[in-house]
Design a protein around this ligand. Structure first.
Ligand SMILES: NC(=O)c1ccc[n+]([C@@H]2O[C@H](COP(=O)([O-])OP(=O)(O)OC[C@H]3O[C@@H](n4cnc5c(N)ncnc54)[C@H](OP(=O)(O)O)[C@@H]3O)[C@@H](O)[C@H]2O)c1
Length: 244
């Protein structure tokens, strides 16, 4: 396969929400630990080398809607990708097609996991933004002109950074766009036994104009396990994956 094995790993409430006040409840916190330990804990199940997030998820959790400090007069950077740390071992990969994220450094710490940052850009990102990333030592790949080229992005992540297994880590817009493109092999969901009834929070999958459509996709159950605090870990094969 000319791309990494891709598994989508998420925590949801009973009503399928991926954020909201349910997360601060006791049930939500226990399920959050289950979620983390499956993918990142001392004995992780998947042993992936990187995880992929949408631009909004990165802003919510790491870059906090800071604007990048851009030099509009920066010299023209070399064309193509920029690989700063091919051997980092663990990578945080952010889909940021236009180059909006205001990074401060080239690595981040998620609970107790340290990762080198890779930005996935398209032809919409400016020279000034690429120069900004190079100054910080942040790797980037270009995948597509106006729209994200999924197969190319995944191929580059495998070939340039040796990512054999990649976690698709949300949010709902990113998840559904990869599933609709046939670029997700497995779904892994930890369902917390709690709900908050909000209609203002995103669900596990969100179709978004320009990125995806709401075409139904089937899943085949691989396993169902009861975990701490009554949370449930469900694993499915995605029925429409492509091997490119
Ligand atoms: N419960 C969990 O396990 C979990 C895990 C992860 C995230 N979350 C939460 O989910 C929330 C965000 O979810 P979200 O669905 O609103 O946003 P998201 O998927 O994180 O980000 C959406 C943005 O990412 C870029 N993007 C996504 N798919 C793309 C594609 N196919 N092609 C090009 N660009 C693409 C676009 O950026 P531009 O707008 O720049 O074009 C798009 O607007 C956050 O609050 C986060 O905390 C929860």
């Amino acid at each position: 396969m000319n791309r990494p094995y891709v598994f989508c790993h998420m925590m949801t409430s009973l009503d399928g929400k991926i954020m909201g006040s349910y997360m601060e409840t006791r049930e939500g916190e226990v399920a959050g630990d289950v979620f983390y330990n499956i993918a990142f804990g001392k004995e992780p199940y998947y042993k992936h080398q990187g995880w992929l997030s949408g631009r909004v998820t990165t802003d919510d959790n790491f870059t906090l809607y800071e604007k990048p400090l851009l030099d509009q007069n920066a010299p023209l950077v070399a064309a193509g990708d920029y690989v700063a740390r091919p051997d980092a071992g663990m990578f945080y990969v952010s889909v940021d097609p236009s180059g909006k994220l205001g990074w401060k450094k080239n690595e981040l710490i998620y609970i107790d996991t340290t990762a080198h940052v890779i930005e996935v850009l398209t032809g919409k990102a400016s020279n000034a933004y690429k120069a900004f990333l190079r100054d910080l030592g942040i790797s980037y790949i270009i995948a597509g002109e106006g729209a994200l080229d999924y197969a190319l992005a995944l191929k580059k992540l495998k070939n340039l950074f040796n990512i054999q297994t990649l976690m698709l880590g949300g949010g709902g817009v990113l998840n559904w766009s990869f599933i609709q493109a046939g670029m997700c092999d497995e779904l892994s969901v930890v369902v917390a036994p709690v709900a908050d009834g909000s209609s203002a929070t995103p669900a596990l999958f969100e179709a978004r104009d320009g990125f995806s459509i709401s075409n139904p996709v089937g899943f085949t159950l691989k396993s169902a396990k009861v975990k701490s605090g009554g949370s449930v870990w469900l694993r499915y094969t995605v029925n429409n994956q492509r091997d490119e």
